[in-house]
Design a protein. Structure first.
Length: 480
């Protein structure tokens, strides 16, 4: 009866979830909200990002693992006869995650991983369908706010596992990392990947205009001035790539750097209210808008399209700066015909924060293999897998001098600005939309696109923020 009741709750909840996710597509809405950011975060280990729909993958291999934190447990485990276990993970992972599944199977030979593809559906919808069919999933990625998981009893509390697991107890984690996704005293998810973002730099275009590579402590004024100097419309060259990431990533990071907001997406300290309509943040929007309307160093969407969209892709070599994440680096390595590098986000008047995407993973309450499922979560924090993730361009989640030095050994970063990568890791502030009720209704991204790249006006920010602040408080008050 309890299971039937939970499924009924999930079914009714999916109606409202559809409305939330419908706000996450297109230029004039939150096209890169929580769900899309998780997509990038969770697929950041791939050199080919063309397959987000998901594949059914079962990894099989035989090898020994040398990770010291769990060696004793693993050795003892392999001496005991185990019944075969298949862990089912609901995600949109592609074949790029098969090496990770193989590494896990090498350490725990009786456990294999099966990816359960979402095929365009919401995570909770797939979880509910599998539960109803009698084939419950064990783990899942997350594509919306975690309150929906916690309120409906979908997510297992990870606290007793995290507090006793040998690997988790043996590593030094970033301060507060395990409490990032805590609701009602329960740790409903953990960040299994930390995807950094940087400013991509066309060094050839800098040199062509007599400019040096900026230092890692550069400022937002430096960004603007260099962008203007690299702009030459007659040559089809512009200082800034036309891309929504400037308003999606840079604006809210700059608002923190200048002291006008406390969290990304213009949120306050405790994530209860948006600061988007405050005078300081409104001025930040006006500042970025002037790159288009005053400086001419960045084209709006219409003008970029009229010119064939050559200025909308940094890889074309026609623009000086862009914003990129780990998923961009392999392609730049293999395809760029110009000299490029990375810089941390610039310094503001109060600090130099960077932008990070922390992808959550949850242990599903309906799992029939919870102990084995947590082994997979714990495995993400082993030094071996932290190095593997770094090799894909991601940040390590554990603090270890060996990992810090490992940046200089990674082929992906050969001859590149690894100090900038380290600074971005240290200064990274994670997106927190997963922990904000009604975040899918918050139009920070849709309005940003409209104001910066289309015909929107900054006056719209105030009314939008006021309306959403009221809405999120109503939803929060209704939570049990």
């Amino acid at each position: 009866m309890k299971t039937r009741n939970k499924l009924a709750m999930l079914s009714s909840m999916l109606l409202s979830l559809t409305l939330v996710l419908s706000a996450c597509g297109g230029t004039n809405n939150n096209s890169s909200n929580t769900a899309n950011d998780t997509n990038k975060a969770s697929n950041a280990g791939s050199a080919d990002k063309t397959n987000n729909a998901g594949t059914n993958s079962t990894a099989n291999a035989n090898a020994a693992d040398t990770e010291s934190a769990s060696d004793t447990n693993a050795a003892a485990a392999t001496e005991v006869k185990h019944d075969p276990v298949t862990l089912r993970i609901v995600s949109w992972a592609g074949d790029d995650y098969v090496p990770l599944y193989q590494k896990f199977h090498e350490k725990y030979p009786w456990i294999t991983i099966e990816n359960v593809p979402v095929n365009g559906k919401s995570i909770l919808e797939v979880v509910a369908a599998n539960q109803a069919a009698g084939t419950p999933a064990d783990l899942s990625w997350v594509d919306q706010d975690l309150y929906s998981f916690e309120q409906n009893g979908v997510a297992e509390d990870l606290t007793p596992y995290l507090d006793t697991d040998p690997t988790m107890q043996s590593v030094q984690l970033k301060n507060g990392l395990l409490d990032t996704f805590k609701i009602n005293g329960k740790r409903v998810a953990v960040p299994f990947v930390d995807v950094p973002m940087w400013i991509l730099v066309n060094k050839d275009l800098l040199a062509k205009n007599g400019l040096d590579m900026p230092p890692n402590d550069w400022t937002y004024d430096d960004l603007r001035e260099d962008a203007k100097k690299m702009t030459n419309p007659d040559a089809g060259e512009y200082g800034m790539t036309t891309m929504p990431e400037w308003q999606m990533r840079l604006l809210s990071t700059k608002s923190i750097a200048d002291g006008y907001a406390n969290n990304l997406q213009f949120m306050n300290t405790d994530l209860t209210q948006s600061m988007m309509g405050t005078p300081g943040v409104v001025d930040e929007f006006k500042w970025l808008k002037e790159f288009v309307t005053k400086d001419g160093s960045m084209l709006n969407y219409a003008d970029a399209k009229a010119k064939g969209d050559a200025m909308s892709n940094f890889l074309n070599g026609k623009t000086g700066f862009a914003i990129g994440g780990s998923w961009n680096i392999p392609e730049l390595r293999s395809k760029a015909n110009f000299d490029w590098d990375v810089l941390p986000f610039p310094r503001g008047t109060k600090g130099q924060p960077s932008y990070s995407i922390w992808g959550p993973m949850t242990l599903l309450a309906g799992s029939k293999h919870k102990a084995e499922a947590f082994l997979y979560i714990s495995f993400q924090f082993s030094k071996e897998i932290q190095k593997w993730k770094m090799e894909q361009g991601n940040n390590p989640a554990i603090i270890d001098p060996e990992l810090d030095a490992y940046y200089d050994q990674i082929p992906l970063w050969k001859d590149k600005n690894t100090d900038a990568v380290r600074i971005s890791k240290e200064n990274g502030i994670p997106e927190m939309g997963y922990m904000i009720p009604a975040f899918g209704e918050y139009q920070w991204n849709g309005l940003g696109n409209k104001i910066i790249f289309e015909d929107g006006d900054t006056s719209e920010l105030i009314a939008s923020a006021e309306g959403w602040n009221k809405r999120t408080q109503e939803v929060r008050a209704a939570l049990k």
